[in-house]
Design a binder for this molecule. Structure first.
Ligand code: AMP
Ligand code: ZN
Ligand code: FE
Ligand code: FE
Length: 286
């Protein structure tokens, strides 16, 4: 069975493989297509696409944007981004600058807790331009403050952690509109990750659809079979396509493997073809 993975992260944000390594790994795993969807940056896409041409696998240019809601962060994926994203670039730069300010304040909180850590060490840890909590976690692990990334988030960096600070993010409508205006396929990422009820999801979906949402990420490492069914049903009711991916982060999420997630994920090639068909009908390039 031909499979794809349309949600992955690289060193351009908080993954641990280079874009080229990720694409070659996807090819070795036998995937027919892979989308590179780093947080708040498109800087890994040229390298990924070049690697795809070289080893013979479709590479979809993408990114993942965080948005704020009364139920916490919801994530939006843009797939099939064009090479020229100047319409989006200013916004991405703004989001990364805000991340930078937040990272400094998180490090200060850690310092006040008596931990020996500096912002320079965090920036050193990052290989790309989008720096976040996983990079801070990596320093904490390297210095022996915590044993692994799970502990780093539980004790310090996660919502209930001692050094937690919220991140400045976009409004959902704005994120969808920005990506839609670029001609991207816009998908609501991992809708079932937070515990919302059906009414909340319907309200939220209405806001997204009104601004150009085209798909729902039904298949995801953290989605159960029941979650997939809820997503498939939402997609049917709103006339949306399905998308799916592992949300691979390399060794930052060591149990999630490319293409197969925790082992049971399968994103059929037909999902990829249906997204392409939807784009063709809209006169958008693939
Ligand atoms: P940030 O973008 O700085 O807010 O960090 C969020 C990122 O941290 C997410 O995209 C995940 O990749 C990662 N993350 C969040 N919680 C955990 C966790 N418990 N363990 C490992 N990684 C996590
Ligand atoms: Zn991430
Ligand atoms: Fe996400
Ligand atoms: Fe992601």
């Amino acid at each position: 069975m031909k499979l794809v993975d349309l949600h992955t992260h690289t060193q351009a944000s908080d993954g641990t493989t280079t874009p080229g390594e990720l694409v070659r790994l996807a090819r070795e795993c036998g995937l027919a297509a892979v989308a590179v969807t780093d947080h708040d940056t498109v800087s890994g896409l040229d390298e990924a696409q070049a690697a795809g041409k070289e080893c013979g696998i479709d590479v979809v240019r993408g990114c993942e944007l965080s948005t704020s809601t009364d139920m916490g962060e919801m994530h939006i994926l843009g797939l099939w981004l064009p090479e020229d994203v100047s319409l989006l670039q200013g916004k991405l730069e703004y989001l990364r600058r805000k991340r930078g300010e937040r990272n400094i304040r998180i490090v200060e909180k850690l310092q006040h807790l008596g931990i020996d850590i500096s912002i320079e060490e965090v920036l050193d840890e990052a290989r790309g331009e989008c720096v976040g909590r996983p990079h801070i976690a990596a320093v904490l692990i390297r210095k022996g403050v915590v044993k692994d990334i799970g502990a780093a988030f539980k004790e310090y960096l996660g919502y209930y952690g001692k050094a937690y600070l919220p991140k400045e993010v976009l409004e959902p409508e704005e994120a969808v509109r920005l990506l839609c205006e670029l001609g991207a396929t816009v998908s609501w990422a991992h809708p079932m990750l937070s515990k919302t009820d059906e009414q909340w999801r319907d309200n939220f979906l209405r806001r997204l659809v009104d601004n150009g949402l085209s798909a729902i990420e039904a298949y995801h490492s953290e989605h159960s079979d029941a979650d997939v069914r809820v997503c498939t049903d939402m997609a049917r009711r709103y006339g949306l396509a399905l998308s799916g991916g592992s949300d691979y982060h390399g060794t930052n999420k060591p149990k999630i493997r490319l293409g197969v997630g925790y082992g049971g994920l399968r994103v059929p090639y037909a999902v990829y073809e249906a997204l392409q068909t939807q784009r063709a009908r809209r006169g958008l390039p693939v």
